[in-house]
Design a protein around this ligand. Structure first.
Ligand SMILES: [Zn+2]
Length: 219
């Protein structure tokens, strides 16, 4: 039996609830899907610097070993069930009123390579829970921008300039943007700027994780 096949079999035999969402060990997990060790290691989001053009930001977790494993498993190993685990971790502040939920779009080339947009999967589950409408056509990515992991804050802003295109129908709307990880906030900012230039009234932003820019070596 190949290791891959065994992994697939294990996923069927030990679905969500019996394997830890972060370390993937078989374990008793809490309501967040985490084993006792990972539950201890998770850090909750408290606050982050404002993002230009964005009316409010929230996240579930601080990006660390435990939370990053969940994001990476979803993005790079195709563990799609983690989209629900991550969506469930996000609490939307009471005062936020929005018409639609919009995932941060990926360029079609990236989607073709990965097979899905992780932010869209997360947004889909969040919409189900909140009874909100998902909109994936309001905002599109027209430029296949470079990976930003090693870029400075200024480099990130340059990299994203004019990367998105908003549909005029966003005029007067309030939007909740969803992404998996926020670092400097340059992606949310560019999305919000594009939406507001097209008449969007309010733009809120929520991510599963907030990666503190200084701890990521980003200045
Ligand atoms: Zn664990």
């Amino acid at each position: 039996m190949s290791v891959r096949f065994f992994d697939k079999l294990k996923r069927i035999v030990f679905p969500r609830g019996l394997t830890c969402a972060s370390c993937q060990r078989e374990a008793v997990v809490n309501e967040e899907g985490l084993c006792i060790d990972c539950a201890e290691g998770i850090e909750r989001f408290v606050t982050a610097p404002q993002i230009d053009y964005v009316d409010g930001f929230t996240a579930a977790y601080i990006y660390n070993d435990v939370s990053s494993r969940m994001v990476k498993k979803l993005k790079y190993s195709g563990a799609r069930y983690l989209a629900r685990v991550l969506a469930d971790s996000i609490t939307i502040p009471d005062g936020w009123k929005f018409d639609v939920v919009v995932p941060v779009p990926l360029h079609y080339k990236r989607i073709r390579k990965r097979g899905f947009n992780q932010s869209e999967l997360i947004a889909k589950h969040l919409c189900k829970r909140l009874g909100k409408k998902l909109d994936t056509s309001l905002l599109v990515r027209r430029a296949d921008t470079k990976q930003q992991t090693r870029m400075t804050a200024a480099g990130r802003r340059r990299n994203l300039k004019n990367a998105f295109l908003a549909d005029e129908s966003c005029s007067g709307m309030s939007v909740l943007l969803i992404d998996d990880v926020r670092t400097t906030g340059s992606t949310f900012s560019e999305c919000a700027k594009t939406l507001k230039k097209n008449g969007c009234a309010k733009v809120y932003a929520a991510a599963c994780c907030f990666a503190k820019p200084d701890e990521q070596g980003i200045k």
